[in-house]
Design a protein. Structure first.
Length: 1028
């Protein structure tokens, strides 16, 4: 049996029905439907249903309060994103209203839009929900596949594609949703989630999410193994739209980042949602009077949203009745980490229902804890739990029970419980975990970490307990939550004098540290000092920097690149910066807001003078961070030592150069800076200058012992993938001889394009294959083994860009796609510095596009490259239709339909290509000649548009004289000119007035003779198109 998109909708309706939703067809709700709930197709809220739900939920309040709240809810002049933010707050907090009690006194209260106990909610799933919007002043009807309503409000949209149609994949559904967001904006004011699916794949994203932020939903009830044999779309519907879970999701798992310019909406992934729910349940159990205070360890791999998960956890925990309004103490082990995590919480004060505060010292921490019996979020660092000087144990800061300590990176060595003897003072010393316990003896403790806890790290388990949620690297990469990391060794050996061997160095270091056997920290510092002297040798720094610049340049050829250089010390950071500045003077600039590279490091006024320009206060560091995160900013390299190796999130970073001996958790956290999802980024690259491979293997071993997946992939694997992708492109080109690509790119281009366009679905297949090849090659392009294929790949990328240029209508090609296409041309040797002109490649003179002259059309007809000629004509005619007829509804539809019919014949191969070319040339001429009709009839463009709309009615053409129709057309155009206010077609009250005036003109003049409503609607549609 043939699978269709309609069958997917049928299944969805069954699944929604099983979850307790009412299911309807969209046509039933329309003004002329069997159970109408909409006054017009422009209405996106089901007002009768909304009103009844609010009456049920707020039965204690007068009906006029309900009507007032609905008026506030539906009346917004904000942008869609800001209106959506306001709506979400209204869902959580309600809408403030005021009324008079029986004694005439004003009473304030809130109308609740949603019953979070789910006793009075109304749930509805509607298929084929038709909505009228406005695009370029034209009425634009769109029909999303499924819209989910909660109390009459459209909170979710599902766009589906046929799994049996190879051309209609899930990302076509994504593109369609983006079109909806522009065409029917009102529908998205109330949206909480967007779903795209072709059945086999299903992804969820927020209103503002780009393609990279649409992620799968892999569980129905939170179990990792409950969906092995279940269709992805079924998992999405049954897992996400479960009423109880969805209400919980809306309350605690939706976040907004708002500034003066933008609104970014973030929603939890399934791993965050179910992970946080498990963590909260564990916390409630552990903090009961019979609990052991160990709330558990939340291990979600780096880059999977741990900071946001901590925010969701705090919001849900603070609202939990059984927790008695707890105080949450968030603990980090460094000031910069404290600042980064604090900013995330501060941005989500609305979600948390409280503004977090930072404790400056131990005394302020005690004051903050004791001055409030409950509530609040306090940030502090581990060091503030140190005992007073001369004491070995801490006295309690408070003995309250309703406190939960949330420790970030809960595996640090200083969290130890064991006592040890200080070799210098002979005093007993305890780890910070013991100090934490002593300071907050009755608190619960939960640990959040991005790396697994070592099996031998028993102290951490004693403090926090066992894992409550694990989201490992394998699952994160499978879900697209993070990108894979690739490893490349470019070892630069340490400088040794000819008379010095490595054994001599080892012996010297052993001598230096012999007296520190009992103090591992001092021993490590001494070892690092000896190593730093070797790493920072002048000649080695020179070789390192020259190699880095060469390597980074090759990265920039194939992808938009930003990098982080990790140095062994602050001295090394400054040396690397100075050497780059010497070789690339234009990269250096002392202004924090200018320059291609910056150093980020700590320091004081006592540091050497050469350090001072690199020591920045927090506001300046934030500005630099913002520049790093901006892919369009010229800042491309940041040089660090310790800062920004944890907690710093810049998705566009794709390369990390390491010249520092990192290991264990520190290494894993550092390399995760480049594993974030971003645009077409295939993965992050780790370049090793010092020889961290053994430590990386050890860390990986710990990962695979605790979870699944390896954090890094050898670069050779990327090369193998590239070769596989290259073979796919070669296969598509089979039958066309392109062996001269090194010397004759321009000469081969037209024939190659024609070859691809002549293949069944050739354009899409080649575009996909060449793009995949480009992404894979961007990771391994610096390898010597890749140099032999570089020029062939560049030819394919040039060919892909040329096909896009010749077949994509200029109005539809986004800036981002243009930039991506430009980056594909990676080898100047291929194009020889020439600009590729697709018309010239096809043997044609470039046309005057605004005229489509006969000479050019005749050239097209005689062209040898027939398939390329069709694609170029399609592009030119599409552009001409949009340019010439955008304000003329009838002409636009007529010519668009003619073009579509001709192209359908071409794609179906039902007629010869030459016949299609003839039809397109005829269409081009008709389109050109249509512009002259206005002059012949003595009409302006606007008047001609109304004339075409009027004569589209059969009875008007038969019963009315042309002069009368011309008079009506002029009257309508004149009325628009006189009465129209800016954006009247987008403002409901002005739009209603204008429609009334137009209807009155038509009625007075007896149009249309047969009184068909459709004819009047067409004229009204045309009026909105000429909106000034």
């Amino acid at each position: 049996m043939k699978i269709t998109e309609e069958m997917l909708e049928d299944h969805c309706m069954v699944w929604f029905g099983s979850l307790g939703y009412q299911t309807l067809n969209g046509s039933e709700l329309e003004p002329k439907g069997s159970t109408p709930e909409r006054e017009s197709l422009s209405d996106v809220v089901l007002k009768p249903r909304l009103r009844q739900a609010l009456l049920n939920i707020n039965s204690h309040l007068p009906e006029e309060c309900i009507d007032t709240a609905i008026g506030i809810l539906l009346n917004t002049a904000l942008s869609v994103e800001r209106a959506n933010h306001t709506f979400h707050r209204q869902i959580i907090e309600g809408i403030q209203v005021e009324y008079e009690d029986e004694r005439g006194h004003p009473v304030g209260d809130k109308i609740r839009l949603v019953d979070f106990n789910n006793e009075h909610n109304n749930w509805l799933a509607v298929r084929q929900f038709s909505v009228n919007g406005v695009t370029n002043g034209e009425i634009d009807n769109r029909r999303p596949d499924i819209v989910v309503f909660l109390n009459g409000l459209p909170i979710s949209l599902l766009e589906l594609k046929n799994p049996a149609d190879t051309k209609a994949d899930v990302w076509r559904a994504y593109n369609q949703v983006q079109t909806y967001k522009q065409a029917i904006k009102d529908l998205f004011v109330f949206n909480e989630s967007l779903i795209i699916s072709d059945g086999a794949e299903a992804y969820i994203g927020s209103l503002t999410a780009n393609r990279d932020r649409f992620t799968p939903w892999r569980t129905i009830d939170g179990s990792r193994d409950d969906t092995v044999d279940t269709l992805a779309l079924e998992v999405m519907v049954r897992g996400f739209f479960n009423q109880e879970l969805l209400l919980d999701y809306l309350q605690y798992y939706v976040s907004f980042e708002v500034d003066n310019e933008t609104v970014i909406k973030k929603i939890a992934g399934y791993h965050q949602f179910h992970g946080v729910r498990a963590a909260v349940e564990s916390t409630i159990r552990a903090t009961r009077h019979d609990g052991d205070q160990r709330c558990g360890v939340y291990w979600h791999t780096q880059g999977s949203g741990k900071s946001l998960s901590m925010t969701f956890y705090s919001a849900k925990l603070m609202a939990s009745p059984s927790m008695n309004n707890p105080t949450i103490v968030v603990v980090t082990d460094r000031n910069d980490l404290d600042e980064q995590l604090f900013e995330t919480f501060a941005e989500n004060a609305e979600l948390l229902g409280d503004t977090p505060v930072q404790a400056k010292d131990r005394d302020e921490l005690r004051e903050l804890l004791n001055n409030r019996p409950s509530g609040g979020i306090i940030f502090t660092t581990m060091q503030k739990f140190a005992p007073p000087k001369g004491e070995t144990r801490c006295k309690p800061l408070t003995e309250r029970f309703n406190i939960v300590v949330a420790a970030d990176e809960a595996h640090r060595s200083q969290y130890g419980l064991k006592a040890r003897v200080d070799s210098k003072t002979s005093e007993m010393k305890y780890g910070y975990a013991q100090h934490l316990r002593d300071s907050l003896p009755n608190a619960g403790f939960i640990g959040f970490t991005g790396t697994p806890i070592e099996m031998e790290d028993k102290d951490t388990r004693v403090v926090f307990g066992d894992d409550v949620s694990v989201y490992d690297i394998e699952q994160a990469q499978k879900d697209g939550a993070t990108k894979p990391l690739y490893y490349e060794s470019r070892l630069i050996k340490l400088d040794m004098s000819k008379s010095t061997t490595e054994e001599d160095v080892d012996s010297k270091v052993d001598e230096l540290v012999a007296e520190y056997d009992e103090d591992d920290q001092a021993k490590a510092k001494t070892r690092n000092a000896a190593l730093e002297a070797l790493v920072c040798a002048e000649d080695r720094v020179d070789r390192l920097v020259r190699d880095l610049l060469k390597h980074f340049a090759s990265r920039e050829e194939t992808s938009l690149s930003k990098a982080m250089m990790v140095c062994i010390s602050r001295e090394a950071c400054v040396q690397v910066y100075d050497k780059i500045a010497e070789l690339k003077p234009d990269w250096a600039n002392d202004d924090p807001e200018k320059g291609c590279m910056k150093v980020i490091m700590t320091g004081t006024s006592d540091d050497p003078a050469k350090y001072q320009k690199h020591i920045h206060k927090k506001p300046i560091q934030k500005k630099i961070a913002k520049r790093v995160k901006d892919p369009e900013d010229e800042l491309k390299l940041v040089i660090v030592c310790d800062m920004w190796l944890t907690g710093f999130d810049a998705p566009c970073l794709n390369t990390m150069y390491i010249d520092k001996p990192l290991k264990g958790h520190n290494l894993m956290q550092a390399i995760a800076r480049v594993n974030r999802v971003f645009r077409d980024k295939e993965g992050g690259l780790i370049v090793d200058y010092l020889g961290i491979a053994p430590e990386l293997r050890n860390a990986i071993a710990n990962y695979t012992a605790s979870g699944n997946g390896s954090p890094t992939i050898d670069l050779a694997e990327a090369l193998a993938v590239t070769m596989t992708k290259l073979d796919v492109c070669r296969g598509i080109m089979h039958g066309f001889d392109y062996r001269d690509y090194r010397t004759n790119t321009l000469g081969l281009l037209a024939g190659a394009m024609n070859h691809i366009l002549n293949l069944e679905d050739g354009k899409r297949r080649f575009d996909k294959a060449a793009l995949s090849l480009s992404k894979a090659f961007s990771l391994c392009s610096s390898m010597d083994e890749a140099k032999d294929i570089k020029e062939e790949i560049a030819f394919f990328e040039t060919l892909r860009a040329a096909i896009k240029k010749s077949t994509t209508s200029k109005q539809r090609m986004s800036d981002e796609n243009v930039q991506t296409a430009l980056r594909q041309v990676v080898s100047e040797t291929i194009v020889s510095g020439e600009i590729v002109d697709v018309f010239q490649s096809a043997g044609l003179n470039k046309p005057n596009i605004s005229i489509l002259d006969d000479e050019f059309l005749a050239e097209v007809e005689k062209s040898e490259h027939k398939n390329l000629a069709v694609e170029m004509l399609k592009k030119l005619i599409q552009d001409e239709i949009k340019t010439r007829t955008v304000k003329n509804a009838v002409a636009y539809k007529t010519f668009s339909e003619m073009l579509r019919n001709s192209l359908d014949k071409y794609r179906n191969r039902s007629v010869e290509t030459s016949v299609v070319i003839e039809e397109l040339i005829k269409l081009a001429k008709e389109l050109r000649e249509s512009a002259d009709r206005g002059e012949e009839l003595n009409l302006t463009k606007e008047e001609l548009a109304f004339f075409d709309a009027l004569i589209a009615n059969d009875s008007a053409r038969e019963a009315m004289q042309q002069k009368d129709i011309l008079t009506i057309a002029r009257k309508l155009a004149e009325e628009i000119r006189k009465s129209a206010q800016p954006d009247w077609a987008k403002r409901k009250n002005l739009r209603a007035k204008m429609r009334l005036k137009i209807k009155q003109i038509l009625k007075r003049t007896g149009y249309p003779p047969d009184e068909q409503a459709e004819a009047v609607e067409l004229v009204l549609e045309q009026a909105e198109l000429v909106n000034p």
